[in-house]
Design a protein around this ligand. Structure first.
Ligand SMILES: [Zn+2]
Length: 326
């Protein structure tokens, strides 16, 4: 059981399109903050004043649990006291420590992929290179690794669910006996959460397929008796099953649209991206390309399409004739 009066949702300003992020102060055996906000002065000021309103100071926080590594959730870690405990999935670590070799690898992976997926050179050249540190982050890592099935004793015995898709580091915290969940960016009330492409880690050969992981995570939470899911952005969700269904329907509709495009002619991922997001693909290339590749992975996994080489190492997607004519 996690008493509702021990949970304080704090909404912080962040320099992203969503405008705000929710972090949660939970008064357990250890005073815990779930997620932190970005490393920006406005975020820090708001966090301090909101904590004060509840009766605490930043220095009182004894433990931080990260739902995932994105800067709006993990960026502010530098500001907490020296011996604060920082819990999260192990896949947070390279994004938190940001060693130079990882930053280089990350950039090179995306440049290489962009070329393979047909992104023209002039766009590739404009891809932002992170020299020292990813924007709005700290360089401070975990003190404790948590993963699927672990329980956080100092936090009402919340159970860790590994829920990748939006990020491969993504976990949710589940209070089994009353159905309360801290869901990070797994499921948001107003907008669908993007599956984001990440490079393979720790010697993995293939990249993960974020949309497939994401759909599995959604289906998993749809089957749990959740009463209230606190979200990383927006209001809590109570009808998790209903919302998951509508998100999955919407995704299938988008995949159908992509399949219709490819039935007309073979296309690179970049060409599909331009057609799917004509107004925003230039401004938000990495997000829209991640989303597009997600849909292509989905269709490929169902056997509707396959990759083949166009020229110069550029790959295009074609339909599998036998499955389309069914
Ligand atoms: Zn995120």
């Amino acid at each position: 059981m996690i008493p509702e009066n021990k949970i304080h949702q704090i909404t912080l300003p962040v320099p992203y399109a969503m405008n705000t992020v929710n972090v949660f102060l939970v008064e357990g055996d250890l005073l815990t903050l779930i997620d932190t906000g970005t490393n920006t002065p406005e975020t820090l000021d708001t966090l301090k004043s909101e904590l004060k309103r509840i009766g605490y100071q930043l220095e009182d926080i004894e433990q931080i649990v990260l739902t995932h590594h994105h800067p709006d959730h993990a960026g502010l870690l530098d500001e907490f006291k020296e011996d604060v405990k920082i819990l999260g999935h192990e896949r947070n670590i390279p994004y938190l420590t940001q060693e130079q070799s990882f930053l280089d690898y990350y950039y090179e992976y995306f440049v290489e992929n962009a070329m393979i997926y047909g992104v023209p050179e002039e766009f590739v050249k404009k891809m932002p290179r992170t020299i020292e540190k990813m924007p709005y982050t700290s360089k401070r890592s975990l003190t404790d690794i948590i993963g699927e099935g672990d329980r956080i004793d100092s936090l009402f015995g919340l159970k860790v669910l590994y829920t990748p898709g939006h990020a491969t580091s993504h976990i949710s915290l589940y209070s089994e006996d009353d159905g309360i969940v801290f869901g990070g960016d797994l499921l948001l009330d107003k907008v669908s959460s993007n599956p984001i492409l990440e490079p393979p880690l720790n010697g993995e050969i293939e990249r993960v397929k974020p949309l497939l992981q994401y759909n599995d995570s959604l289906q998993r939470i749809a089957e749990l008796p959740i009463t209230k899911l606190y979200t990383g952005h927006g209001e809590p969700v109570t009808d998790v099953k209903g919302l998951v269904e509508s998100r999955l329907d919407k995704q299938k509709a988008r995949a159908d649209k992509v399949l219709e495009m490819i039935k007309k002619q073979p296309l690179t991922a970049f060409e599909v991206c331009q057609m799917l997001f004509p107004k925003i693909y230039q401004k938000q290339l990495s997000l829209t390309l991640s989303e597009t590749i997600g849909q292509l992975d989905y269709l490929e996994n169902l056997g509707f399409i396959r990759l083949s080489e166009r020229n110069n190492g550029i790959l295009e997607y074609k339909t599998n004739e036998h499955s389309v004519s069914q």
